[in-house]
Design a protein around this ligand. Structure first.
Ligand code: SF4
Length: 315
């Protein structure tokens, strides 16, 4: 069996930065260390930190007063920051800068009097955080059908923004519906769907056409991993989302000659390697790396962490 490895795959610059934040903070302040929401949407990454004594919370009030708390890569609303500050917590903001960019756009457009149509998934951590920047000035739009239900008129100043990890195809369908109903709608100054999401989708679309099966490594709550799986399925190729090697079903590969393996932006590379090794052991064959787009993006650690590091001796 021929196993193609998609490039780029796996960790993006935002995920690398967020994980490094937790690693550094554990060294500086020790444990228990609190993280608001899963630092990135990957079960293995979270479990590894839990084993080190990191505590993940979904309610900021669960963080004891005067503790250190890290905000996840998906960003938080100002209300969460305010409540953490009120508890005397030291805050480390591991929000991906590309999510922060969308927050800033939301704040700016709301101040200018626009109503924001946020294309994204209601309930996703990132969307909840963005909505919190301008509550009352944002409507979430999840589908073209939602566009039909919007109460605005041609006279209303409207702008659309998008969640960073959407399928480009799905987002474009919704944006087309928005533009059709509201031709005057303002577009964001630049694309909100991030480079990592875009590149991984390009790779899976390009390479997935010529294979029998696509395997996407990632957790089910990882938006960009789910989108990679859907993109493959939409092009007619069988695709499976697996968290790790234990979820492989070897009947998926009966009579299969070509498999594409990719990974969502929050999936560690060692999980990909374990899966590839398992496939080689069970089915034989060879591995080929395929490069569709080169990436060299890097994000600095947040200033709050760098200050903490300067002030405290590393344990
Ligand atoms: S997927 Fe994109 S927005 Fe999300 S952390 Fe990675 S680079 Fe940032």
């Amino acid at each position: 069996m021929r196993i193609l490895l998609a490039n780029p795959r796996g960790f993006c610059a935002g995920v690398n930065m967020a994980i490094q934040c937790v690693e550094e903070a554990v060294k500086i302040v020790g444990t228990p260390l609190y993280v608001y929401h899963e630092i990135v949407h990957n079960r293995h990454v979270v479990q590894q930190f839990v084993r080190q004594g990191v505590v993940f919370v979904d309610d900021i009030d669960e963080v004891p007063s005067h503790s250190t708390v890290i905000f996840s890569a998906h960003g938080v609303s100002p209300d969460v920051r305010k409540r953490a500050k009120g508890r005397g917590c030291t805050m480390i903001d591991a929000t991906c800068p590309l999510v922060t960019k969308v927050h800033m756009e939301a704040i700016r457009y709301a101040r200018q009097g626009y109503h924001i149509l946020l294309v994204g998934h209601a309930g996703h951590d990132e969307v909840v955080g963005t909505v919190g920047e301008a509550p009352g000035a944002i409507s979430i739009v999840e589908s073209p059908a939602d566009v039909e239900k919007l109460p605005f008129t041609d006279a209303d100043p409207l702008v659309y923004l998008t969640q960073t990890t959407l399928s480009m195809d799905d987002a474009n369908l919704i944006i087309d519906a928005i533009k059709k109903r509201y031709p005057h709608v303002k577009s964001p100054p630049s694309e909100d769907i991030c480079y990592a999401t875009t590149n991984r989708q390009h790779a899976v679309r390009d390479l997935g056409r010529d294979v029998d099966v696509v395997l996407v490594v990632g957790s089910r709550n990882s938006s960009n991993s789910v989108r990679l799986t859907e993109i493959s399925q939409n092009t007619g190729t069988r695709a499976y989302l697996v968290d790790d090697v234990s979820e492989l079903r070897h009947e998926w590969f009966d009579g299969v000659e070509n498999v594409l393996v990719t990974a969502g932006a929050s999936a560690p590379e060692h999980l990909v390697r374990e899966i590839v090794d398992n496939l080689l052991t069970k089915h034989g064959g060879q591995v080929e790396e395929r490069h569709v787009v080169e990436e060299d993006m890097h994000f600095e650690l947040p200033i709050s962490l760098r200050r903490l590091r300067e002030r405290a001796p590393v344990r």
